[in-house]
Design a protein around this ligand. Structure first.
Ligand code: 3PG
Length: 213
């Protein structure tokens, strides 16, 4: 898969809704009701981070839920890419970008939303042909103000800011011309997941899906 094709596909994923839930799921039994609750609230694009032993099983389960588009987050290595693809992930997300990771995603036909935190990192992705990236960690890097400043000289790259984004500051990002959507864990808090408060998660998702952009 070429970087241009990968960027078209990740742009489509980002354009599905204002927020991509970032999910850390410990128990694969939670996968189907969690995905169902988020999709019901209007958030179909889901990022399952590879940070728990259950993550690949969670992706397998969620990939079967109607109406969802499931990606694998926290991709660091070529093996992560292979595992994500095999589990049925439609896209990948990484905190940063290395040539090895980009090579692996291109070779395995997994569109990658690669992380960039600086103008140089955005330029490096653009030079390779990527025009969509994750701005990470968004708040720690100066937030919407910093991303707006990066967008002035590099308008060709659009972003999904993630890391410290919440309902309180999501609008600041979503109002920028170089932001397609934001990512965040606030729509699926662990207490609600672990107690099975699926209606509560649908309510959080509905609030997020109604954010203007
Ligand atoms: C993460 O690293 O887990 C993601 O960037 C999500 O960050 P958040 O928990 O601040 O939304």
């Amino acid at each position: 898969m070429t970087p241009a094709h990968a960027s078209d596909l990740t742009a489509q994923v980002c354009d599905l809704a204002p927020v991509i839930p970032v999910l850390v799921v410990k128990d694969a039994a939670h996968a189907t009701p969690l995905a169902t609750a988020l999709i019901a609230g209007g958030l179909p694009a889901l990022e399952v981070t590879l940070r728990t032993p259950a993550a690949l099983d969670v992706i397998r389960e969620m990939a079967q839920v109607d109406g969802g588009v499931v990606g694998a987050g926290t991709l660091l290595t070529e093996q992560d890419v292979i595992n994500a693809k095999e589990a049925g992930a439609s896209f990948g997300v990484s905190p940063g970008a290395t040539d090895r990771l980009l090579d692996a995603c291109e070779a395995n036909d997994l569109p990658l939303l690669a992380g960039a935190a600086t103008a140089s990192e955005a330029m490096a992705l653009l030079a390779r042909g990527y025009t969509v990236a994750k701005f990470f960690p968004a708040e720690a890097n100066g937030g919407a103000k910093a991303l707006k400043a990066i967008g002035a000289p590099i308008p060709q790259v659009s972003f999904c800011p993630t890391g410290g984004v919440s309902l309180a500051n999501a609008r600041d990002y979503l109002s920028l011309p170089n932001v397609r959507c934001v990512g965040g864990s606030w729509v699926a808090p662990s207490d609600k997941v672990e107690t099975g408060d699926w209606d509560g998660i649908t309510a959080l998702a509905a609030e997020a899906s109604n954010l203007p952009r």
